[in-house]
Design a protein around this ligand. Structure first.
Ligand SMILES: *Cc1c(COP(=O)(O)O)cnc(C)c1O
Length: 351
């Protein structure tokens, strides 16, 4: 299966002159979630973006951004990142033979993401500050030096990320009633909404979904209507206090008749564990924010049984092993003794 530029070429700003830099991203599973459906009171599917080559949805935008950078003759790309953008940029830049420069907030990037960038040979700098300050720095550097910015303020990122919406409509035949997702810098909610509208405009579907966005309570500027100077949350991928696509996220919310709400870290971790223990689906904490949101709305009786909901699980659980371990039981260590093991595991003998 070719990557998403080849599959959706007619809907993307590429020409025969565009060198396609691809790792065969996209075409991710849309997994039915029976236990979650029961808990929420509607038909829920999980769009498993952790199956992308670098383990997050960022690859959809990055294949476009780096291909266009190559078309422009760029020799280097730069990004600010809470982790996944840098992992993706590093991989696609390596593939394109470009230099990659990454600025990350000091001490706030999950281990798996850091490992991906570290091995890639990208130039990586931790900034004494948060993501928003990293973004200011890469904007400055890309304006004054010959490095191409590949954050989601790069419009080609949004173009590539629209393909997630195309895949959902192609799989279900129509958009779901609701789409639920985490909101950080707000590029992804912007991209999905644009993707659904484009698919409607070309006649692939007559309907549009209602967009449900969820921010972490400690990093919820859109919910509160003001930037957050010191964003804090266990969901580091959405630890953002001043989203670059703030206005576009509000447009997606308002045009679709949807909502953007805050979920607590406790709710996020509960949803994170629910997905792993009841559905067998391992995502990173930020990805569980959308699921936390629909679990709460479900309890409030928000959904009808005939509704369908797609949750975008934005990143792979393997990205953040430390959070998974921190919120799990300690693992027992025992001698290789059959009887003692059976007792420890509360197993009853056969017959
Ligand atoms: C980037 C990211 C988000 C947030 O997406 P935005 O486009 O910044 O709103 C959410 N979850 C994960 C895993 C991410 O990597």
């Amino acid at each position: 299966m070719a990557g998403l530029i080849e599959r959706y070429r007619e809907f993307l700003p590429v020409t025969d002159q565009t060198p396609v830099i691809s790792l065969e991203e996209g075409n991710t599973p849309l997994i039915p979630a029976p236990r979650l459906s029961q808990a929420v009171g509607a038909d829920v599917y999980l769009k498993y973006e952790g199956a992308n080559p670098t383990g997050s949805f960022k690859d959809r935008g990055m294949t476009m951004a780096v291909s266009k950078a190559a078309e422009h003759g760029a020799k280097a790309v730069i990004c600010a990142s809470t982790g996944n953008t840098s992992a993706s940029a590093a991989a696609y830049a390596a593939r394109a033979g470009m230099q990659c420069i990454v600025l990350i907030p000091e001490g706030k990037v999950a281990l798996g993401k850091l490992a991906q960038v570290a091995l890639s040979g990208a130039s990586i700098v931790q900034i004494e500050g948060n993501f928003d300050q990293c973004l200011d720095m890469v904007r400055y550097l890309s304006e004054h030096y010959p490095v191409e910015l590949v954050n989601s303020v790069n419009p080609f990122r949004i173009d590539g990320q629209k393909t997630g919406a195309f895949e959902i409509v192609d799989a279900l035949g129509n958009p779901p009633t609701y789409q639920a997702m985490p909101v950080g810098n707000a590029g992804n909610i912007t991209a999905y909404w644009a993707g659904y509208k484009l698919y409607r405009d070309v006649g692939k579907t007559g309907a549009l979904p209602t967009m449900l966005g969820f921010q972490a309570a400690g990093a919820a500027p859109i919910v509160h209507g003001a930037p957050v100077t010191h964003p804090e949350t266990v969901a580091t991928a959405i630890r953002i206090g001043n989203p670059a696509s703030w206005k576009q996220a509000e447009v997606a919310r308002d045009e679709s008749g949807g909502t953007i709400q805050a979920v607590t870290d406790e709710e996020i971790l509960e949803a994170y564990r629910f997905l792993s223990s009841k559905e067998g689906v391992f995502c990173e904490p930020a990805s569980a924010a959308g699921v936390a949101g629909i679990l709460r709305l479900g309890k409030e009786g928000f959904f009808k049984a005939s509704d369908s909901i797609v949750c975008i699980l934005t990143g792979n659980g393997l990205k953040d092993p430390q959070t998974a371990m921190r919120f799990s039981e300690e693992i027992a260590v025992m001698a290789p003794d059959g009887r003692a093991l059976a007792e420890h595991l509360s197993l009853q003998p056969v017959g």
